[in-house]
Structures are given as C-alpha cells and as structure tokens.
Design a protein around this ligand. Sequence first.
Ligand code: FAD
Length: 619
Amino acid sequence: MKLLVDERDVKFVLYEQLRVEELCRRPLYAEHSQEMFDMALEQAEKLAEKEFFPANKAGDREGCRFENGRVKAPEAFHQGYQRYCEGGWLAMSDSPDVGGQGFPVVITNACVEFFAASNWSLLMYPGLTHGAARILHLFGTPELQELYQEKMFSGEWGGTMCLTEAGAGSDVGNLRTKAIRRPDGAFNISGQKIFISSGMHDLTENNIHMVLARIEGAPKGTKGISIFLVPMLRYDESGNLVPNDVACGGIEHKMGIHGSATCVMNFGENNDCIGYLLGGENKGMHIMFHMMNEARLFTGMQGLALGSTAYLHALEYAKQRIQGAPVEHMKDADAQRVPIIKHPDVRRMLMFMKSSTEGLRAMLYLAAYCLDRVRTAENDDEREMFQGYLDLLIPICKSRGSDLGFQVCETAIQVYGGYGYTAEYPVEQFLRDCKIASLYEGTNGIQALDLIGRKVAMKRGQLFKSAFKVTSEMLGRIRKDFQLRELIKIYDEAQESLIQVTKYFALKGMSEDFQVPVLNALPYLNLFGDVVMGFLLIWQAYLANRRLQEIYRDHNAKTEAQQKAVVQKNRSAAFYAGKMASAQFFINGTLSQASAKARSIMIGDKSALDIPDDGFALV
Ligand SMILES: Cc1cc2nc3c(=O)[nH]c(=O)nc-3n(C[C@H](O)[C@H](O)[C@H](O)COP(=O)(O)OP(=O)(O)OC[C@H]3O[C@@H](n4cnc5c(N)ncnc54)[C@H](O)[C@@H]3O)c2cc1C
C-alpha cells in the first residue's frame, strides 16, 4: 500500500531540485547525511502506513467523545500517538539540547507529509504540542522550561494554542480573556476560548496551554495582548501536580477531522487558574508572529498531503475501474470496455491532480528549505535574503496549499464517480478533513491581506523585486533548453502580468480606490501562487529533460519512436517523462491564463463594493 505520498517525487524535489544533501556541509547539519535523511523518510513512511493510516478511518467514524467534563480521543489513536512520541518525531528538527534530533526542517516536512497524508487528525495532537513547546523554549523563563519543556518535547504532555474567542476569530485583537497579576508574579487567568484543537484529551496526562490574554490595564487591540503558559495540571509549592481550574465546556461536531478534539476551554471559572507570562508584557502578538511561519507552513502541508493521497487513490482506482469503451469505439456496443484511465476526461483530471500536488510540493519544500537556509546562514545578508523569500512565500503556501489541496480532493471524488461520494471509499474523508485548512491558522482571506498589505510592500517592494531577480537568473540557465522555450515564453508573460498587477495595486493603494487591491487580494495571491509553481515546475522539467536525454543516450534511442519505447519500458524514464508532462499541463493549462486573470483584476470592477447589502438578495 503506497498510496500516501509520491515517494519518488519527494526524493526528486529534495535531492535533484533543492539538493538538500548539501545542507550537511553546514556546521548545524554536519552530523547528518543523505543516508540519514533517507532512513528518516523510510521510517516515517513505515509508521504512517502501519499505525497512522489504519487509525484514520476508525478515528473518523468514532470521533472524540465528551463525557463527564473529560474528552476522549479515538481509541485507535492511542497506539499511533505512543509510537510517534517514542520515535522522537515530535522534536525531529529541534536541537538535541531539548531532546531533538536536529534534522533540517525540509526533511522534517517531508516526513510530515507521510504522517499528514495518513492521518491528519492524529498528527494534530503532537503538531500543536510542538508549536507550544517551541514557544516555551524560545520565550519561557529557565524555571518554566525546567518544569514543563522536556515532557512537551517528548510528547508525554500535550500542548495547545489558545487564541480564538467567540468575538475574536480573525479579529484576535478583540479578545476578552483577562490576566490579573498576583503577588507572586504569576497571573490569574479568566476567560473562554473556543475551537481549541487538542484542548482536552486522554492521550496525555497533562496539557499545557499557550493562552493569549490581556493584562488588566493593557492597551486595547493587538498591542495589549500577552501570552501565558497555563497548564491543565500545575505544580504546587511542594512540587505536586494539582488541577489548575482549566475545564472543557464541550467539543465541536465538525464536518471533518473528527478524531481531532476541538474544544471550548474555560479558564478560571473558580478564580483559581494560574498562568505564567512568556516573553514580557504585551508581547503576545510578537511571539505569535514569530511562530506563524512554521504553523502556516504546517497547515499548507495539510492541503498538500491530503491532496497527494487523494490523487494516488484516484489514480489507483482509475487503473482498476472498468467502464465504457474507448472514445474511438464509442458507437460500437461490442467494443471492449476499458479502465477509466483510458478516457481523456479522466486523464485530464489526473493531470490536474498530479501537476497541482507536484507544484505544491515543490513550493512548500522550498519554503522549508528557506527556513533551513535562515537557520544555517553564514552572514546577515544570506539570512535576510532567505528570511525575505520565506516571508513572501508563507501566505501563498498556506492559502494555495489548502485551497488547491481541497480542489485536488474534490477532483479525486469526481474520478471515483458515485463511489467517491460514499463512505465506502476514503476520498470523501480526505475532502472533509482538508477543508478546515483554509479556515484555521488565519483564513485564506486573511493570508491574502497579509501578502498584499505586509509582505509585498515590505522594504518598499524590494523583497518582491529580489525574488524575481533570483528567478530570472535561474531561468537564464533553463532558457538554453530548446525544448522548453514555449513554456518559458508563457512563464515570462505570466511573471510580467504579476508585476503589472503589483504596480497597479501600489498605485491604487495610494488613491481613493484603495479598496480595489483589498477586494482582489485573494485572486492576486492565487496568481502569485501560479507564477511561483510555474517557475518551480519549469525548473523540474529542465532537470527531468536532462535526465531523460541521458537515459535515451544509454539506450541508444535516437528516433521519437525509440524514445517512446524507452519511456514505456523504463520506470525511471517514465517518471521523468511524467515530470515534463506535469510542467506542460500546468503551464499550458493554468499559467497561460495569467494575463487574463491579471486583466480581470485591473479592470478594477467594484460591483462587490458598490452593491447595496439588500442587493445581494432580499432575504
Ligand atoms: C476545527 C477547528 C480547529 C481550530 N483550532 C484552533 C486552535 O487550536 N486554536 C485557536 O486559537 N483557534 C482555532 N480555531 C479557530 C480558527 O482559527 C478560527 O475559526 C479562524 O481564525 C476564523 O475565525 P472565525 O471562525 O471567528 O471567523 P471570522 O473571523 O468570523 O471570519 C468569517 C469570514 O470573514 C472573513 N473576515 C473576517 N475578518 C475579515 C477582515 N478583516 N477582512 C477580510 N475578511 C475578513 C474571514 O476570512 C472569513 O471568511 C479552530 C477552528 C476550527 C473550526
């Protein structure tokens, strides 16, 4: 059963495109090697197949239960969670000082793809713990670290991120949770958080919450937010663990990720909830921003991973499901029936799924690789450059990863036909589990505003310009490949369209029409994503073509017919031919629409703004 992740493509991106093995030349990763990376990937795949995937359907059916104020995670999750923690996966990319294995982020991300594809709901428990543990590690006092850190990085205790309240979703600055200073320097916390993933469960004995709250008298809005470590069980003066007045008020019944407990959390109902300040007063948003890149990348990975497994399942199904005659024998009732993969429309859907997941994989791994380059930078310029790319890429990775991943899941259902809509097959669950990725961790609408409002404008647009300078240099080499010239032409036009819209936004942003860029932020983000993925896929096609030519030479295949025969017989050649096809399909089919998409933005239509509210419908 190898239907989780396209392992060959993972290795292609890691070693042939990004050449991540070269990271091992840098002191931080000097103790690692490509063999160790491969071993980690192999182990991740094994654990995903053996423990995570079998529990995925069971977790979906059983869901979480709220009984007598306690929450139970699906029974099937317990063993997988234990094995994950025992294997040290939770702290895979953290420093050995905290019990981590010090792997590059890009390798950790590739492993995450296996776990996420096999059981996203289960992965959320250690995923949130890791985020919370990192906050403690970066911003906690040595005393707090001593008490809580080790057990969090090992997964013995869980962790959560508590931002959302009923009146504070996207508008987190509106939160009401209060923190009142105590004589001992800690704080009394009171308030209610909603939608808290892993807020309470029985996979661990204790749960350490990272809670955003406002200290009495602090400024309104995001400026007055602080972050607190609030354990479910805290240590008393004698060092015993005692309850900390943290209660779960209930769990949500959701469309998907049924195995992930989404909780209403009540802090301080009995005025006995103690929280410990992290990173200083009113630094809550600063700390959250610090954590955002990794959290948003992780959410983008959800879309990629679920899209990836949906694609591989649909591909397998399309090879087995016999239905209909080939189009050239349509009218012949006696014609032999064929597997649906032989039908052009099904092939179109498969190509959409293949090129989308491959483009996303390249983009998300590139972002993770940028994080590694930031971590290992040899000077400030290098660090600043990769941090800049990363900042620009993150909202695109989160939004495109989740939206396109969802579209891939939806297309997988279409490939299955009616069976895809039934619970008998797994693709409907992939779709339900995927949808949430566009909503949490900042809705995709908010990601788009972040891209146009903060990222593109950063350093007066220098970041944007320098990103394309690097792309142009890289393309300089690729342009020498005669076979790719038509694709590169389309890419150049698409990049130019993106630049035009960016300039248009800059002008509009300073005029009384400043709402036009805001209105078109998501279409702009999508266009940007197409350009980034287009570039990465052309780069892949260039590498694939070089490898293909070598294989043809090895087989003495000179004519087109001989080369076709090689591709039919040789799996490696088929893979590289598949890479070329992905680039062609995406660039000819999607990227070629860039100028029309740019035009539709620059028409400056304001009907959505001008329409009276009652004009939407008289309801
Ligand atoms: C399953 C699940 C798990 C979650 N896990 C966690 C968790 O662990 N911790 C946590 O703190 N939260 C969590 N959340 C909450 C999640 O992050 C929020 O639901 C999300 O931030 C959106 O907030 P909201 O639901 O209040 O929607 P709203 O903020 O009300 O948004 C509704 C719509 O309006 C749009 N919108 C809102 N404001 C603006 C604006 N200024 N400009 C343009 N568009 C805007 C949004 O994009 C969206 O389309 C979870 C939610 C779910 C459903």
